[in-house]
Write a protein that binds this ligand. Structure first.
Ligand code: ZN
Length: 381
């Protein structure tokens, strides 16, 4: 497989706007927003500004800073949102903002300032994709919050209001791209993005996630292997539910056995890596046990796929990742991999979980066998 050695001038274009810090998710018992009255110390909601501040600072002040080119994000315009979301849902969000806030579903609080932050997240992701589409760069990263991959065309879900990645994918299609591959490594199922393109053969959505099933009415999709798309999109949604504790070796096995062959068959002309550091070994919201080494290698492989298929064009979109320090380190490692930097610039401060990939390798074999039997485009020569 072709690789892309970093040149002295190669940089990642990062799109960011500090207005996204104004989405205040509050305190409570973890993500409930509730104070039962018997705890002296409440958590910040896991999706809080601190996690993103550290991602910004590690890219600005860490050793990867010389590979980063910063761009100011911008708010999305309402008509832009209608390429992925329904008018009724956008009206609902605007009305919630006008009325001072709303609880959309569990842990998902729109408060004063949240809507403007959401528009910045969506607009900044669109700008990052447009930057690539216009030929100004090949690698762009939308450093955004609130996250987006659970937001469906008609509803909010899982801390997400607008589907930032989905909007960018649709922009790519509307700008002439014929096939877009989306690889989502957030620990949760990228159900919103999958739902948005569930009936399309132009977008291959692949999600590696823990086997958490449905969250309830806001998240009816269960992320199981057999939810593979409908109509023209039949076979173009690949779900890879992985066992808890899968770890680096198991993830890399899944990427090499399931992601790489399907992307190679699909032959996308644009690629999107949807990244959440909540698949790390220390995340309060996941148990998948990736470390910096795993993120780095995934970044390297996805970059090589982009080099081979999409002329090197790769948009990276930020999703979850809730450990306030380790998420930043894992982001750093992902971008090191994407840049194909040969020697890590930072060592892992806290990787100490032992790995046992035996079970995950068996699960991955069974998913591969299912896909080989049921996914039409994988059967063609
Ligand atoms: Zn997540």
């Amino acid at each position: 497989m072709a690789t892309c050695p970093p040149s002295a001038t190669e940089k990642i274009d990062v799109f960011w706007h500090d207005g996204m810090l104004n989405h205040d998710t509050g305190n409570g018992v973890f993500d409930t927003g509730m104070d039962p009255g018997f705890l002296d110390v409440l958590d910040k909601h896991p999706e809080n500004p601190d996690r993103i501040k550290n991602m910004v600072s590690i890219l600005k002040r860490g050793p990867i800073s010389r590979y980063i080119s910063w761009h100011l994000g911008r708010p999305a315009l309402i008509p832009e949102l209608l390429s992925f979301h329904t008018p009724d849902y956008i009206n609902e969000l605007q009305e919630a903002d006008r009325e001072g806030g709303k609880v959309f579903c569990f842990g998902t609080f729109l408060k004063p300032g949240s809507w403007d932050a959401s528009l910045l997240a969506a607009g900044s992701t669109l700008s990052a994709m447009k930057h690539i589409l216009d030929g100004h760069g090949k690698l762009a990263y939308a450093l955004v919050r609130p996250p987006g991959h659970h937001a469906q065309p008609t509803q909010a879900d899982g801390y997400c209001f607008l589907n930032n990645a989905g909007l960018a994918v649709q922009l790519a299609l509307d700008s002439g791209c014929e096939k877009v591959a989306v690889i989502d490594i957030d620990v949760h199922y990228g159900n919103g993005t999958a739902e948005g393109f569930y009936r399309s053969s132009k977008v291959l959505t692949i999600s590696l996630h823990m086997n958490h099933g449905s969250f309830g009415p806001s998240h009816p999709q269960n992320g199981s292997v057999d939810q593979i798309g409908e109509g023209e999109g039949f076979g173009y949604n690949l779900n890879v539910p992985l066992p808890n504790g899968t770890g680096n070796t198991g993830y890399l096995n899944a990427v090499k056995e399931l992601v790489v062959p399907s992307v190679q068959k699909f032959e996308p002309d644009m690629m999107v890596l949807v990244v959440g550091q909540d698949s790390s070994a220390f995340d309060p919201n996941g148990r998948q046990c990736l470390t910096m080494d795993g993120y780095r290698e995934i970044g390297r492989i996805v970059r090589s796929l982009a080099t081979r298929h999409s002329g090197g064009r790769l948009l990276i979109v930020q999703e979850g990742g809730y450990h306030v320090t380790y998420s930043a380190y894992c982001l750093h490692a992902t971008l090191e991999g994407v840049l194909d930097i040969p020697v890590p610039l930072l060592s892992d401060p806290i990787a100490y979980y032992p790995e046992d990939e035996a079970f995950s390798v068996k699960v991955i074999e069974s998913i591969k066998s299912y896909q080989e039997d049921n996914i039409p485009f994988l059967k063609t020569a």
